[in-house]
Design a binder for this molecule. Structure first.
Ligand SMILES: *[C@@H]1O[C@H](CO)[C@@H](O)[C@H](O)[C@H]1NC(C)=O
Ligand SMILES: *[C@@H]1O[C@H](CO)[C@@H](O)[C@H](O)[C@H]1NC(C)=O
Ligand SMILES: *[C@@H]1O[C@H](CO)[C@@H](O)[C@H](O)[C@H]1NC(C)=O
Ligand SMILES: *[C@@H]1O[C@H](CO)[C@@H](O)[C@H](O)[C@H]1NC(C)=O
Length: 826
């Protein structure tokens, strides 16, 4: 278009140059663009100096090379008007100044006049952006100074009316910088001057305004939409700085405690928060657990108030970008009464002496309860009234006695100390102390009876145990070790120890000697029991030992006196009546009681039908009338028997002469001589036997003495050892049966039982010392009687011999042992 137009223009120009020398004159007009059709451009006739007739005559007209005729010549007025809309932007574009030219040609004569019309720009265009919107996505982390080029606006107007500048709506983040292209066009860019914050302003809406310089000014606008992209620029933030929670001790696993909550202002993955425990103390993770995503804290292990009363846990909230926040969780544990008190014995004294006064400290205990507050408040008690428990220092208690002890009633105590806390329910524990009471010698030995009676039969063997006293002592051990002692009293002038000894350990009373009832009937002694305490305590008991009779004495016939001669006889007159008292056999028995009850029996009689003996009184009486046929010489044998078990007896021969005159008696009694021949015969044998026995005895004596002396020389000690000390005391007998005047010494050993059927032995019955000579007138017969007695002393049977043989040596032995014991004493 331009090329064509320009070509045309050049032709016109050349043409005009050609014409110029033909006609001259050139006019120039300036008009704004966009004038209405018919608007006056200029008065050409006037300007050219032509009158209207010439114009008309000359047929003035416009010649132009252009296709479009913008002007029209009004010849009738001689003016030039706008015939077509003139758009400068169309006509010239950016070329300034913009003008077009044409010629006015006149004929007759031809005249050429050049007219140039300059088009003056009018601001008829606004700057225009191609798009309505400009979109940006900018990360909030974009650095300051980042540039963002903006779209340029176009304004077809030129000059002042063209685009002059850009303006950005007010905002904090961006400033606008304008630049000019080499061709003079202008563009702008935004520069980030303040960081974007998605969290504050995720979207920005700005307007870019392009303005021109026309009057009135025209502008164009475009919206700039900025989306701020997220950057992980925000750390999570806990909604509380400290989370406080309480949880019960021993809470089961899974118990909810609290929830921590952190928020992250970032979006998307930058805003996802995870929770962790931070810097956990060892094994805290065994107790608590935090849910990584929800922040829920719960129990997973055993919570023990006694280990930790409070947990101070750091929690960390972390987003995906690794930004963190630290929070604090304070978990307080609520105590549960799960610990029983613990009793520790700090000191304990046992045994305690029984004389310890009430109020003595027995033990000190320490009581602890791991729980706190009420759960740890302890009360202590004991289960017996004999003790008290007192709180001394805090958690220390002293156990003191509240009574005086007596070991004999209560030798030991089991003291149970119970400690109870004040929890709900309360817990308690107990400890038992085993307290022993040690003995003090505060009890004397006590005999079971204050006096004892014991019985011992006479003729006991020496050393025989008689009786046992016993005492008991309520004390213990040494304090209760009792020794028995005999109080040193006298019994009829001799120390009691010569009668009785006591085993100090067992309390057994032993006879020291053989007792004879006929000498001593009872012993009274005081036994003392003494304990081993320090000082020792003792008590007494009296012991009465009754000696019991044994039937060891045969009856003794006191009358009629037994002599060897038969000269003594009772006279019974032939005229004696029935029941005539011939004589009375008088006998005594030194034994007592039954053993001395005597009975009399007629054993043998010349004429049994003539006499009888009173069973009780020993009276010999006739039981029929004596007649002449009865022999003068009557011989009765009366047995006196006691009532002992077994009984002992004695026989007595009573010669009775049944005569009226003494000569008659004498003649009769000479018959006894033939008895003598028999007796002489017997005497011979007896003497022989005696000789043999005596020989044996002396031999034995010599042998024994030799042996003794030999042994004594070998070793004296042997004599000290086992020989029993059996002192020999000849028994003494005091006649108590009434005669009062007779005191005899009997040797019972010699008086052996005899066969009473042997009449010869009847003579021998009285022992050597037992001969009573009742009739002083019969001294003439003494010699003979002594002879007979010697004979009678001899044993009357071989059996008797054997039994008698050891007897004298025995006596002798006793003598020697006595000597030894004496030596020993010395
Ligand atoms: C965290 O706390 C905020 C407000 O304090 C609340 O909106 C949000 O729901 C909480 N998140 C959780 C997981 O409880
Ligand atoms: C913090 O978050 C927790 C859990 O959601 C909620 O229970 C608590 O009330 C919040 N605290 C504050 C101060 O918002
Ligand atoms: C004390 O306890 C011990 C052991 O359990 C027992 O043998 C003893 O008999 C008890 N003593 C008392 C006085 O209860
Ligand atoms: C025991 O008896 C003796 C002498 O008979 C006397 O001295 C002593 O005091 C008595 N002791 C007691 C405890 O009775």
């Amino acid at each position: 278009d331009c090329i064509i137009r320009c070509g045309l223009r050049w032709q016109v120009l050349i043409f005009l140059l050609y014409l110029s020398h033909i006609a001259s004159g050139q006019i120039r007009y300036s008009i704004p663009e966009e004038m209405k059709k018919g608007s006056l451009i200029g008065n050409v006739a006037q300007d050219l100096g032509l009158d209207l007739k010439r114009l008309r005559a000359g047929r003035a007209r416009i010649v132009t090379g252009e296709s479009i005729q913008y002007t029209e010549l009004k010849t009738d007025k001689g003016i030039l008007v706008v015939s077509e809309r003139i758009d400068r932007e169309q006509l010239c574009g950016d070329v300034t100044p913009c003008s077009f030219s044409f010629e006015i040609i006149l004929e007759n004569p031809i005249e050429l006049h050049r007219v140039t019309v300059e088009i003056v720009d009018v601001n008829d265009h606004s700057p225009i952006f191609k798009n309505n919107h400009i979109k940006f996505e900018i990360s909030e982390s974009a650095t300051l100074g980042s540039r963002f080029v903006l779209e340029s606006a176009k304004d077809p107007d030129v000059g002042v009316n063209g685009l002059q500048e850009y303006v950005l709506t007010q905002n904090d983040n961006f400033v606008l910088k304008q630049h000019s292209n080499p061709d003079g066009s202008k563009f702008a860019e935004m520069i980030l001057q303040k960081p974007l914050d998605r969290e504050e302003n995720p979207h920005l809406s700005l307007k870019l305004i392009a303005v021109d310089g026309g009057n009135p000014q025209r502008s164009g606008t475009v919206n700039i939409e900025i989306t701020v992209l997220d950057a992980n620029d925000n750390a999570p933030v806990f909604n509380q700085s400290v989370y406080r929670a309480t949880v019960m001790e021993n809470a089961p696993k899974g118990t909810y405690i609290t929830t921590v909550n952190a928020s992250d202002a970032d979006s998307g993955s930058n805003g996802i928060v995870m929770y962790y425990f931070s810097n956990l103390k060892e094994n805290l993770a065994d107790i608590f657990d935090i849910d990584e995503t929800t922040g829920k804290i719960s129990v997973v292990g055993q919570i023990d108030f006694e280990k930790d009363k409070k947990y101070d846990i750091r929690v960390e909230a972390k987003d995906q970008g690794g930004l963190t926040d630290l929070g604090k969780v304070v978990i307080e544990i609520v105590d549960i009464n799960d610990n029983a008190p613990v009793i520790n014995i700090m000191s304990f004294t046992s045994p305690v002496s029984e004389d310890a006064a009430a109020g003595t400290t027995i033990a000190v205990v320490n009581v602890k309860d791991a729980d706190s507050e009420r759960n740890g408040q302890i009360t202590c008690s004991v289960d017996t009234n004999s003790f008290k428990i007192k709180s001394s220092l805090s958690s220390y208690y002293t156990l003191i006695s509240d009574v005086a002890f007596d070991r004999e009633t209560t030798p030991e105590y089991n003291i149970t100390i119970t400690a109870t806390d004040s929890g709900s329910p309360p817990l308690s524990s107990a400890r038992t102390l085993h307290l022993r009471i040690s003995d003090v010698n505060d009890n004397a030995p006590l005999f079971h009876q204050s006096s004892y009676s014991a019985y011992v039969t006479e003729n006991n063997s020496p050393g025989m145990s008689i009786f046992t006293v016993s005492a008991r002592d309520y004390d213990w051990n040494q304090n209760a070790r009792i020794s028995y002692l005999l109080e040193d009293t006298q019994i009829s002038g001799t120390p009691v120890s010569t009668y009785i000894s006591i085993n100090s350990e067992t309390g057994v009373l032993h006879a020291v000697r053989s007792f004879d009832y006929e000498q001593i009937k009872q012993l009274k002694l005081v036994v003392k029991a003494q304990d081993g305490g320090s000082p020792p305590l003792s008590s007494n008991a009296t012991v009465k030992i009754m000696i019991q009779d044994q039937n060891d004495n045969a009856p003794q016939v006191l009358y009629p006196v037994q002599t060897s001669s038969s000269l003594v006889a009772e006279m019974v007159p032939r005229s004696a009546d029935v029941g005539y008292l011939v004589t009375k056999v008088v006998a005594v028995d030194v034994d007592s009681g039954q053993n001395s009850w005597l009975s009399y029996k007629l054993q043998k009689a010349t004429d049994r039908a003539l006499f009888e003996v009173g069973l009780q009184n020993g009276e010999i009486r006739t039981i029929r009338q004596v007649n002449d046929k009865d022999a003068v010489k009557q011989r009765l044998t009366v047995v006196v028997e006691d009532n002992g078990q077994p009984s002992r007896s004695a026989t007595v021969n009573v010669n009775v002469a049944v005569a009226d005159s003494f000569p008659e008696v004498l003649s009769e009694f000479t018959d006894f001589t033939h008895d003598r021949e028999y007796n002489d015969n017997l005497t011979f044998y007896l003497v022989l036997a005696l000789a043999v026995v005596s020989f044996l005895f002396i031999t034995c004596l010599v042998v024994i003495i030799s042996v003794k002396i030999y042994r004594w020389r070998q070793s004296r000690i042997l004599y000290h050892s086992n020989l029993p000390v059996i002192p020999y005391y000849p028994p003494r007998y005091a006649d108590t049966l009434g005669t009062g005047t007779l005191q005899h010494v009997y040797n019972y050993e010699v008086c052996r039982t005899t066969d009473s059927r042997k009449s010869d032995c009847q003579f021998a019955r009285p022992c050597s010392q037992n001969v009573l000579i009742m009739d002083p007138s019969s001294t003439g017969t003494m010699q003979r009687m002594q002879n007979e007695q010697n004979i009678m002393d001899e044993p009357d049977s071989p059996l008797e011999v054997i039994s008698r043989v050891p007897s004298p040596p025995l006596l002798s032995l006793r003598g020697t042992t006595e000597n030894h014991s004496l030596k020993h004493i010395r």
